[in-house]
Design a protein around this ligand. Structure first.
Ligand SMILES: [Zn+2]
Length: 475
């Protein structure tokens, strides 16, 4: 037996490596190949497999047409694949090619549809996605125990149910950060604190405002499963799909946190300037002479003072009288003592408060009503549907309103709980931002009087606090 050895001169390599022969996209090199074939620049095609050339019947038909036309014009084009002897210049070869492409096409379509359907079905079960370990959970290595007692380590499969276990340390970081943010601590202050304490991200990096924000905005914290960037809704129940893992944050807390973080992005500049004010009492202290604000001025780390500024410091930016100034350390110390005394008094009141939002049942009922109205709507058409949609919208607004109320209630409760938990003993360990926030919640303003005594000791009677709950209705 002899093998006929054929030699061709390679005219050009046509490479469309990154573009699937199946997907509905224009493949520039494929187009060029056909043009070269038609124009006689090349006399044939050599491909590894037929499906590398064409997986869609219509592409194959274009190739066949060119072979056909060439043959009629007396030009014999070569066609070779590595695996199969397909001769596109013969009717049998064409039939074989068509069958092969039809199969490849169906297989591609099936795979593509299967993969998409599988991803969605997986998502609907709440099974977690694999990838980077989410901060707050550990991927547990499932072990296989054999009958004889040997333990084989299994391949880690983060997607398997129960294989994501809460990492208590990280979960506490998350809960604490959520509480702090809702209590008014700046994001940057938390970032700084985490990095100072050596807490790392799940990729073992230091935290930045962006990574912390992104982490806290992840719906998985509240147990929601996300698919293609959105919280998945189960079409059967119209409920959000729950992930197969234990949530770290309460649904309401996470929703409040999301509101806050997204709002922060909108008024970013305003918040940022606030975050940079590191003086405990800026914005609260007022000049008793002109009622303008006192500003913090640092001479050094330890020595700073609050003063009425003659330029740009007045209520309308027109400058104050410049007559009042006071030692920062002394003023901060006196006000801290006043606030600690109030904390002690508040402890008793809070202990009596109920922990469950009183209108929880009402909200649940409204949500059920909304779901029912939505089901009605999806079964109607025309005018009836338009009316049903208006009802859905109205019900939705009611739910939104109540959810907002619950979110406010939770924020308040967290604040109050925090005061109790933190307590006057740990006041000094709080970040400046948290202390300032607490002071602002309690105090409307603190007027600073002129000094009437000689000597270096600060006279606490120079401070006149105005408590919010005394000057405002309803507290
Ligand atoms: Zn003044």
């Amino acid at each position: 037996m002899s093998h006929e050895r054929q030699t061709w001169r390679i005219k050009r390599h046509h490479v469309d490596n990154d573009i699937s022969a199946y997907k509905d996209v224009v493949r520039p090199e494929f187009e060029r190949l056909l043009a070269d074939l038609e124009d006689g620049v090349i006399d044939g095609i050599v491909v590894y497999d037929l499906d590398r050339l064409a997986r869609r019947p219509r592409d194959l038909e274009r190739v066949i047409d060119i072979y056909d036309a060439a043959s009629k014009a007396g030009r014999r084009l070569v066609f070779r694949t590595v695996h199969d002897a397909i001769d596109l210049s013969s009717p049998d070869g064409i039939t074989l090619a068509r069958v092969m492409v039809a199969f490849a096409n169906k297989a591609s379509r099936d795979t593509s549809r299967r993969v998409a359907a599988k991803h969605r079905a997986t998502a609907l079960t709440g099974r977690p996605v694999s990838g980077t370990r989410p901060f707050g959970w550990d991927w547990v290595r499932a072990e296989v125990r054999l009958a004889d007692g040997r333990v084989l380590p299994d391949v880690t499969d983060p997607g398997r149910k129960g294989n994501q276990r809460i990492n208590e340390f990280e979960a506490n970081v998350i809960r604490r950060a959520a509480e702090d943010l809702l209590a008014g601590v700046a994001l940057n202050t938390i970032v700084k604190d985490l990095n100072e304490r050596g807490v790392r991200t799940s990729r073992d990096n230091a935290w930045s405002a962006a990574t912390l924000k992104q982490m806290l905005l992840a719906p998985r914290l509240a147990g929601y499963r996300v698919h293609r960037g959105e919280i998945l809704v189960d079409p059967k129940t119209t409920e959000f799909v729950r992930g197969q893992w234990d949530p770290i944050l309460d649904e309401g807390v996470w929703a409040a946190l999301e509101d806050l973080l997204l709002a922060e992005g909108r008024v970013g500049a305003e918040r940022r300037s606030e975050a940079h004010r590191e003086y405990f009492l800026s914005g609260l202290l007022r000049c008793s002479e002109c009622q303008g604000p006192l500003h913090g001025n640092a001479r050094s780390e330890k020595h700073f003072y609050y003063a009425c500024k003659t330029r740009g410091g007045g209520l309308k930016g027109e400058g104050g009288c410049g007559k009042i100034s006071a030692s920062g350390v002394a003023v901060d110390g006196v006000v801290s003592e006043l606030l600690k005394a109030r904390m002690r008094a508040a402890t008793v009141e809070v202990a009596a408060e109920s922990a469950v939002w009183p209108r929880e049942g009402e909200l649940e009922a409204l949500k059920a009503d909304l779901r029912a109205k939505f089901t009605d709507y999806s079964e109607l058409s025309g005018d009836a549907a338009r009316m049903a949609l208006a009802a859905v919208q109205a019900a939705q607004e009611q739910v939104e309103e109540l959810r907002q109320e619950r979110s406010d209630w939770l924020k308040n409760r967290l604040r109050t709980e925090r005061q109790v938990k933190v307590g006057p003993e740990t006041w000094n360990e709080l970040p400046v931002g948290a202390r300032r926030q607490y002071a602002r919640a309690e105090l409307q303003a603190i007027f600073v009087l002129r000094s009437t005594r000689r000597g270096n000791r600060f006279d606490p009677n120079r401070l006149v606090p105005v408590w919010r709950d005394l000057v405002q209705e309803g507290g």
